[in-house]
Design a binder for this molecule. Structure first.
Ligand code: S3P
Length: 436
């Protein structure tokens, strides 16, 4: 368990190349494993989570070759996956477990899916429910938790209204829909990231969207074409990783960073609107489109952030960025308040509790609530360096490392290696970018 010490900085400056987008990499890896032929996935995420997905696809019979940032996956075809001889291990990755459950529900074999201690505490009933309705038999500990056993079946198409805003649940049902006997639809209560829909289209599936409903045609249907085709794809940089640098740069007036090739899919960019509303200086010099995804560079200058309230339908659109926003609270004028975000309690850690505990360790004034937290702004005093317990959660570790840059004294991040779940080079990058 490696500790990292973060010292106060004067500003953040330099050029940044981000790791490939985690959400997109998962989807490309899974669909490439179901496609016919060899897909080339360039700038594939370095994130440990996405390598868990690759390992699972390989255990299911896809051929996976990793060479620097390029991953080549030779798929087995939509009906060609084979039962794995051992339990599939999603490690820390909820996306791997939930999305793969959708695929495994439609296979004519039984699979076991497991994960690390954190993942074994995260709710899986949300995917077990609809996949059972489609005809798969799924058992789990306490009928909700991994390890899961999934007995695949010839699935039947359903129209599913998702009770919570979750891209993972939506994606599990859409992926299962590839193997169902007709057209499967999902309706979301609020918009969530649409990388699954875009990736399915890229790999040749037939999918339609109207409002908050998405329909997917089965590969088993006569006019569905029956196959997915291998693709050569570029993964954009991960905006959720960029947010740590946007936050860090925005804390110091003299900062200036340039972040190249960032994924700017409109279902992910609400965080840029949140920063803009707080007074951040972010410019996007140009946009291009690649495989259905939007990509652009970000030019961020330092400023003084106002703070604000984040709530309602914005929450699912910025769900992974909330730890950074909360940890930024004490460096803003008015503080940060997060409401309607009870989902944060079932992420890689109970993020509301982890944020409140560690912010208090740094001397911040925090009110913890069932569905969020209120963090007082600058008037309550500067953060003090402290020892941070990220509870094994990558985003908590990185959010507090950034907060440490603006604190008095040094901040020690325990178990800092956990950042590798999404951003293995985070601490090296921080040392390079922090000006002292
Ligand atoms: C993700 C969806 C979100 C997000 C997670 C990645 C995805 O989870 O928090 O980090 O790639 O679909 P939920 O669907 O549970 O909100």
């Amino acid at each position: 368990m490696k500790k990292e010490t973060v010292l106060p900085a004067k500003s953040i400056s330099g050029g940044i190349d981000l790791p490939g987008d985690k959400s997109i990499s998962h989807r490309y890896a899974m669909l490439a494993g179901l496609a016919e032929g060899t897909s080339e996935l360039r700038h594939f995420a370095a994130a440990a989570d996405c390598h868990s997905t690759l390992a699972c696809m390989s255990a299911l019979g896809a051929e996976v070759k990793v060479e620097k940032g390029v991953v080549r996956v030779t798929g087995r075809g939509a009906r060609g996956l084979k039962a794995s001889s051992r339990a599939l291990d999603a490690e820390n990755s909820g996306t791997t477990m939930r999305l793969l459950s959708g695929i495994l529900a439609g296979q004519e074999f039984t699979s076991k899916l497991t994960g690390d201690a954190s993942l074994q505490k995260r709710p899986m009933k949300r995917v077990m429910g609809p996949l059972r309705e489609m005809g798969a038999q799924i058992t789990g500990r306490d009928d909700n938790f991994a390890p899961l056993e999934i007995r695949g079946a010839k699935l039947k198409a359903i129209d599913y209204k998702i009770p919570m805003a979750s891209a993972q649940v939506k994606s599990a049902v859409l992926l299962a829909g590839l193997f169902a006997d007709g057209v499967t639809s999902v309706t979301e209560p609020a918009r969530t990231r649409d990388h699954t829909e875009l990736a399915l289209e890229e790999f040749g599936a037939s999918i339609e969207k109207s409002g908050k409903t998405i329909r997917i045609h089965s590969l088993r249907g006569t006019n569905g074409g029956g196959t997915l085709v291998a693709k050569s794809l570029d993964v954009p940089g991960d905006l959720s990783s960029a947010v740590f640098w946007i936050a860090a740069a925005s804390m110091f007036p003299d900062s200036h960073i340039l972040i190249a090739n960032v994924g700017l899919n409109p279902t992910r960019t609400a965080i840029l609107d949140v920063f803009a509303a707080m007074g951040a200086k972010i410019k996007i010099p140009g946009l291009k489109s690649s495989h259905g995804e939007v990509i652009g560079d970000l030019d961020v200058q330092g400023t003084s952030l106002k703070g604000g309230v984040i709530e309602g339908d914005t929450i699912p659109l910025v769900i992974d960025e909330l730890p950074m926003l909360a940890a930024l609270g004490p460096c803003t004028e008015e503080g940060i308040e997060i409401r309607d975000a009870a989902e944060l309690r079932v992420k890689e850690s109970d993020r509301i509790s982890a944020l409140a505990e560690n912010l208090r360790r740094m001397g911040a004034t925090v009110e913890e609530r069932p569905d969020g937290l209120k963090v007082a702004g600058r008037s309550k005093g500067k953060l003090r360096g402290a020892e941070i317990d990220p509870r094994g959660d990558h985003r908590i570790a990185m959010a507090f490392a950034v907060a440490g840059l603006a604190a008095e004294g040094s901040t020690v991040i325990r178990d800092a290696d956990c950042a590798g779940v999404s951003y293995p080079t985070f601490f090296e990058e921080m040392k390079r970018l922090a000006q002292r």
